[in-house]
Design a protein around this ligand. Sequence first.
Ligand code: 5AD
Ligand code: SF4
Ligand code: FES
Length: 360
Amino acid sequence: MSVEFDDILLRQDLDADDIKVLLSAKGPRMEALLRRSLDVKLSHLDNYVHLRGLIEFGNDCEKNCLYCGLRSGNAKVRRYCLSDEEVLSCARLAHEFGYGSVALQAGERSDSEFITRIERLVREIKKIDGGSLGVTLSLGEQQEETYRRWFEAGAHRYLLRIESSDEDLYYKIHPHNDRHSFRRRVDCLEILKRIGYQTGTGVMVGLPFQTLDHLAADLLFFKRMDVAMLGLGPYVPHPDTPLYQFKEIIPSPAERMELTLKMIAVARLMMPEINMVAATANQTIDPQGREKAIAAGANVIMPNLTPGEYRESYFIYPDKACVKDEPDQCGRCLDIRLAAIGHKILYNAWGDSLAFLKKS
Ligand code: 5AD
Ligand code: SF4
Ligand code: FES
């Protein structure tokens, strides 16, 4: 291994060229990268994994992202929305299982009924056992005032993936119109941070037209935005979406998995104390995908709490993991899977981002 490569591995301050060297690593070099990022994680965050019980509470979406199965243009999806009682019973289940936090995710909606409903649900979730559950929201782009109302109701983390930090690539994977504005998305991230949310972003890895230059720029964007959380997962082509036509020009599933792991690893070198989720999409591509992501530097898993009957309708991408499982199976399954790679779940804790806590 070259002196230069070894030297890059030891640094936290990386430029685009350094990052591309790391993202190109194969064989023993890639193994050295993954070993190093695991070391960095363990020394900053120990071997704990935090859980967020994921509640996918509705799949109606106003947007039309070219990669996503829930896009408004896909007439094949059966649209659903959980009732308040269903959402709250998922949250109670999360508390019962000791998950510590829930993540509310849905397609993007901006009507006032939806906004008020989320505010009410967050307040109700915060009443469970005296506010013992942490609440993450992943509900897309909203007005500043909406973000504020939800924050005041008790949500303290928000995930909004940038999907690509390169404006040109952004518009290759989204329609080019007012409803899908790259600028607005960046603004939303700024607003979320300003309000005081632990703010998370991320990208899909292995998109058509995406190069190592794009991915290096994404990592530098995350660092510049000083985010508290990251979600990086492989792109999975969905047959009922426009981007599917490019499935022949994207890397193979094994290559997308490797590239995702390298992205996670480099992100960990650059941002040792952020929270990073081992996305479920990893498991779609590789049965051991989430464990591999944890071993590469991720420290958060989002077990699905959505009631079984709805899970098949939340097909952002095909072959999502755990679709046939009931909620209580995931916890036990994860204990075993994580113990096998020397990690343990920290139950009954919010598991906030250390990077964020140190700043505030
Ligand atoms: N493959 C992988 N991830 C996807 N997402 C949407 N569609 C896909 C896909 N086809 C991700 C996006 C979005 C999150 C909710 O799901 O990154 O932010
Ligand atoms: Fe809607 Fe999100 Fe899918 Fe885009 S990625 S179509 S905003 S659910
Ligand atoms: Fe859901 Fe294994 S994590 S069944």
